[in-house]
Design a protein around this ligand. Sequence first.
Ligand SMILES: [Zn+2]
Length: 151
Amino acid sequence: MGVLGKLARKNSLGNVKTFNMLGIQQITQETNQKSKINNLETTKKVLNGFLAVAKQKLLSGESINFKGYFTLKRLTTKPTGSKNCAKHEKSLNEFKQANKGKGIAIFAKSAKFKGLVQETRNCKDCQSKKQQLIKSTKPTNRISLKVSKEF
Ligand SMILES: [Zn+2]
């Protein structure tokens, strides 16, 4: 089942019969009626203002959530490198090596692993390494649109 099929089950996107590409003009006309503004010029100003603000926010790397409708998210490059300090990266790797092929359930149950994770959370070096990693991501020219559950 494709993405559209999945969406159709979760929300009302499945009711679409034909696919049209609508432009600002048509959306402005319909918004003017639906909003009862009853002034095409005013509606146009509001919509253009809305689009300009949305564009500006996305360009500055912010995401926008229209609750009940959809979320627009500026995508970033994947952070590369370790999110732990050298000492903890070594202990984590040693643990992973010793428990190779045992699956994620073993990790979750292991007191030693839990202890290690807790240690990294309290470690100042791990924290700054993680911050560096977050800072190293850059916004890309891609934006994702995700519809809300109740769309
Ligand atoms: Zn550390």
